[in-house]
Design a protein around this ligand. Structure first.
Ligand code: UT7
Length: 314
């Protein structure tokens, strides 16, 4: 059976650490509230002059190195991001240029925190259809540049980072077993960034009204996130006739520790949106947490709303 198999993982976190104590000096918050309500201790912030495509390129080089694959041999670069270098061209094109993947086609996927799982699913489809042999799938975000740093409801939650995987067509049992994706646009307003799109084009009033920044109704999103992450995990298990006991590693999107009882790195990196799952996958892989033959379940939820899963046989 032709399967899309992950043959290399990589991640990159910017050097600068922003602690909860640092945030106490910026907005009316405190370390105890942040830890109790989110589980986040610190997050990384990109340096001035460091862009989303830079983070993505660093993570990609590490994944290519692990895979032993040359950038020229990549047929497809797909980046899940909502904080690309520009509204367009696609950040994937900038990554392609940066790493020298000159034989690839490249595009971005906009699915907020589900961006990596959506991007992985697109790559899997391209590989299973026979059109693509090797793909580079990336989740990369610099949330710190779309956050309203005067809004304590959101600014304590997010962080910057990137994760990447090299996916290759292989015969056999190992590889992506299934993906399931969902969306419900009726909830768009609960988690979005209005400016500057066609509904709210660039204007001085927009800047005065803080239109360019991410807005979230946290507790509404929280309720839906818990339900959807659970539903989609059950869907992945049932459609493959599996139970929870069959899964060796469960990697949910890292938004809030109270949502998670599985692999956790939100304490160190905050919510890195589309980058959170591939960063955690790379950490788990490099720490020896995943062995050949293991079943790994990736589970995502984000703005749109969007949610989805990918089940991997390692
Ligand atoms: O990535 C996509 C998916 N994202 C998520 O799933 C995130 C979902 N949401 C969450 O993680 C949580 O809802 C939050 C962490 C954002 C908020 O936690 P919560 O338990 O839902 O708190 P809340 O919004 O109900 O606010 C409780 C109180 C409020 O005060 P009052 O109105 O009760 O007096 C807030 O004003 O906490 C206050 N508060 C803060 N206090 C200190 C909100 N932010 C802060 C803060 N520091 N940073």
């Amino acid at each position: 059976m032709r399967r899309a198999r992950i043959v290399g993982t990589g991640s990159y976190l910017p050097e600068r650490v922003l602690t909860n104590r640092d945030l106490e000096k910026m907005v009316d918050t405190n370390e105890e509230w942040i830890i109790a309500r989110t589980g986040i201790h610190e997050r990384r912030i990109a340096a001035e002059g460091e862009y989303t495509s830079d983070l993505a390129a660093h993570a990609s080089r590490r994944a290519l190195e692990m895979a032993g694959v040359a950038a020229e041999d990549i047929d497809l670069v797909v980046v899940g991001t909502i904080t690309g270098d520009f509204p367009w061209p696609a950040t994937a094109c900038l990554v392609q240029e940066a790493i020298g993947a000159k034989n690839a086609y490249a595009y971005d996927v906009s699915a907020a925190c589900s961006g990596f799982v959506y991007a992985l699913s697109a790559a899997v489809n391209a590989i299973e259809s026979g059109k693509v042999k090797k793909a580079l799938v990336i989740g990369a975000e610099i949330l710190s540049r779309i956050i309203d740093w005067t809004d304590r409801n959101t600014c304590v939650l997010f962080g910057d980072g990137a994760g990447a995987v090299v996916v290759e067509a292989q015969e056999g049992e190992s590889g992506v077993v299934s993906t399931h994706l969902h969306s419900d646009g009726s909830y768009w307003e609960l988690l979005h960034q209005a400016g500057f799109g066609s509904r709210t084009p660039a204007s001085r009033e927009g800047i005065d009204n803080r239109t360019p920044f991410l807005k979230m109704q946290g507790n509404e999103v929280f309720k839906m996130a818990v339900r959807s992450l659970a539903d989609v995990a059950v869907e992945a298990l049932q459609s493959n006739q599996l139970t929870v006991k069959d899964i060796q590693l469960f990697i949910p999107h890292q938004a809030n520790k109270r949502i998670l009882e599985a692999y956790v790195n939100v304490d160190r990196y905050g919510n890195t949106s589309g980058a959170s799952i591939p960063i955690a996958l790379d950490e788990a892989n490099r720490n020896g947490r995943i062995k050949e033959g293991d079943l790994v379940l990736l589970d995502a939820f984000g703005g749109g709303f969007t949610w989805g899963s990918a089940l991997l046989r390692w």
